[in-house]
Design a protein around this ligand. Structure first.
Ligand code: SAH
Length: 225
């Protein structure tokens, strides 16, 4: 179920930020193997150009990561789509994201009608993301914290997405996954990262597999204003 987005004129876009360009990105993602129509629909609907600086708006519908300040990036659309597709397989209701960044991934999840909780360690990025959620009329719960501790007050989650890379899966996050839940996270370091998918089976068992090679900024400790 898609949430109703509030699209002001600036969100609709013109030229390199127009509907035609968003449609083309969705088609490119389909060719690159993204098959879930719900995900492709959100990519077509959500104005990614509002999640980057105005100077980069004309590049917002390229399938590439872009800088968002503080040495961080908005993830590549294919990666966002792939991770979203993977967590949707759990039929989730309540979802946790670690690494809000621009807010785009959280907005994709909220636009799909999910109950979204997101944690960001850099206060300035979180403030900007919150403004975007508000102006689009998206209901996203967020906090400024070190997301490696998850959000125990709202656990367990049906799905968890980690959008920054760590050398290994973070135990506190795995613990906050509900039975039947799916966690996706980039794991690795400078020599290469893989996107991992972990599922907590209804009987308590854990199933783990590798989805794809990826490139993410590192998951760091502590918080910054
Ligand atoms: N999901 C984001 C991707 C942002 S890049 C988007 O759609 O734009 C990863 C983000 O993770 C950065 O903003 C970085 O500051 C944040 N991050 C890194 N370590 C973190 C931690 N321990 N807790 C919370 N956020 C973290």
């Amino acid at each position: 179920m898609m949430a109703r987005l509030r699209l002001q004129p600036q969100a609709v876009g013109v030229g390199m930020t127009s509907q035609r360009v968003r449609d083309r990105l969705a088609e490119r993602l389909r060719e690159a193997g993204i098959a879930d129509e719900r995900v492709l629909n959100v990519i077509r609907t959500l104005p990614r150009h509002l999640f980057v600086d105005e100077a980069l708006a004309s590049r917002a519908y390229e399938d590439t990561a872009l800088p968002i300040g503080h040495g961080q990036t908005i993830s590549q659309p294919w990666v966002v789509a792939r991770m979203t597709e993977e967590v949707l397989s759990a039929g989730p209701k309540k979802v946790l994201e670690v690494g809000t960044g621009s807010g785009y991934q959280a907005a994709v999840l909220a636009a799909l009608g999910l109950e979204v909780y997101t944690v960001e360690r850099i206060g300035d990025l979180l403030r900007q993301a919150r403004k975007r959620f508000r102006s689009l009329g998206l209901n996203v719960r967020s906090k400024h914290d070190d997301g490696r501790i998850g959000w125990p007050e709202y656990a367990p989650f049906d799905a968890i997405l980690v959008t920054a890379a760590a050398p290994a899966l973070v135990p506190d996050l795995v613990e906050q996954l509900a039975p039947g839940g799916v966690l996706v996270a980039p794991v690795g370091g400078a020599s290469g990262q893989s996107l991992l998918r972990l599922e907590r089976k209804a009987d308590g068992g854990i199933e783990e597999r590798t989805l794809a090679p990826v490139v993410f900024v590192p998951l760091l400790a502590g918080t910054l204003d």
